[in-house]
Design a protein around this ligand. Structure first.
Ligand SMILES: C[S@@+](CC[C@H](N)C(=O)[O-])C[C@H]1O[C@@H](n2cnc3c(N)ncnc32)[C@H](O)[C@@H]1O
Length: 354
């Protein structure tokens, strides 16, 4: 039977040398020795691998540092400018875990959640394809599993590639050279935008921003900077994200007739792999029914692999796929999703299919 220590070690082995790898290995030892990690994780010994207890604990710890509750640990966090070697870091972290047992136990209740603005790149390329083929440039954007809704702000980010660009050049978030292959941008206007999530995060609150940031690995400087920039945009332009599961929310959104001449774009990224089979089937059913009534594009950046505990840690890596399925009643209907390219997990780079 796989223990938490096994899980910490297995996860550590997948990470580059650095703070998280060092801490996860030390935590595995501590758990086995019945130390403070065992005390904090005592209710989680039988949790499935998909609960990723180790990431919950690391995020709880990072929140203590980001919120300056334990500011002396910032020297170990590259995203906060820290340059201290992680060797021997455990002796500084262990007393912090001891001081915050209750808080870290509460942190284990918080499921990992990231909102990756780099995914705006493939989503935008999918949107370009749908606008170009439909000839409809007025877009109503609906996002499933939107987290804090950062990708709904796609038109407020500067996104550029070889010989093309979209969005304001002054945007705090600049995503450049993120597409391998030719892109022809098309003009479009977002007339309405809204998302749903089982557990939405409010990017307008300190707590929401802290939560999202705490799940970004501290050695992932690009992601940290992207998130910081996107949160700055969200602070100026809040987007509504309703607390609801994908299929029932989408059914409610698509039940009134769409405004004439509007293209409804339903998109999602790295969420479907977490949906139960009934949710996937129900969402497909809602989309299929809506295709007969309104111009609609389904843009997805999703992994072809579903989360599967049995194969935990042993799954063959397969990149996410960017697909578009477009229908305009009386004019065109893709019989199946069209594969535009493959994408790294965090949205960049997008490698276009040839
Ligand atoms: C890995 S995050 C991705 C968030 C965002 N789509 C992105 O790409 O940055 C997965 C999100 O899916 C949400 N989620 C999981 N199951 C869901 C469901 N059945 N309906 C709606 N949202 C769901 C989670 O709460 C989480 O915010």
């Amino acid at each position: 039977m796989t223990t938490l220590a096994d899980r910490f070690r297995r996860h550590a082995r997948m990470l580059p040398d650095g703070l998280y790898r060092t801490l996860m290995l030390a935590m595995a030892e501590d758990w086995q020795a019945g130390g403070v990690v065992a005390e904090i994780c005592r209710d989680w010994a039988d949790a499935p691998g998909s609960a990723v207890v180790q990431l919950r604990l690391m995020a709880g710890l990072q929140r203590l540092v980001l919120s300056r509750t334990e500011p002396q640990l910032a020297v170990y966090y590259p995203n906060l400018g820290g340059t201290a070697s992680p060797d021997g870091a455990w002796q500084d972290f262990e007393p912090v875990l001891r001081r915050h047992v209750d808080e870290l136990r509460a942190a284990l209740e918080v499921a990992p959640q990231t909102n990756e603005p780099g995914r705006s790149v493939p989503l935008l390329v999918g949107l370009f394809d749908a606008v170009r083929r439909s000839g409809l440039a007025s877009v109503r954007l609906l996002e499933l599993g939107a987290s804090a809704g950062l990708n709904l702000l796609v038109d407020r980010f500067y996104i550029a590639g070889d010989g093309w660009s979209a969005g304001p050049a002054t945007s705090p978030l600049r995503l450049t050279d993120a597409v391998l292959g030719p892109v022809t941008p098309v003009p479009y206007t977002v007339t309405d935008r809204r998302g749903c999530d089982l557990a939405p995060i409010d990017a307008a609150t300190t707590e929401g921003r802290l939560r999202l940031t705490s799940f970004v690995w501290p050695h992932d400087l690009h992601r940290y900077e992207r998130l910081r920039a996107a949160l700055a945009v969200a602070a100026e332009h809040p987007v509504p994200v309703d607390a609801a599961p994908a299929s029932s929310w989408l059914a409610a959104m698509l039940s009134p007739p769409a405004a004439d001449g509007t293209l409804t774009v339903v998109w999602h990224s790295i969420t479907r792999q977490y949906w139960p089979a009934e949710e996937i089937a129900a969402t497909s059913g809602v989309l299929a029914a809506a295709r007969r009534r309104m111009p609609i594009a389904h843009v997805a950046m999703e992994s072809p692999v579903l989360v599967d505990d049995r194969a935990e840690g042993e799954r063959e890596y397969r990149p996410a796929e960017l697909t578009v399925q477009l229908s305009v009643p009386g004019a065109l209907a893709d019989p199946a999703p069209v594969l535009l390219g493959t994408v790294a997990d965090h949205g960049v780079p997008l490698r276009l299919a040839t």
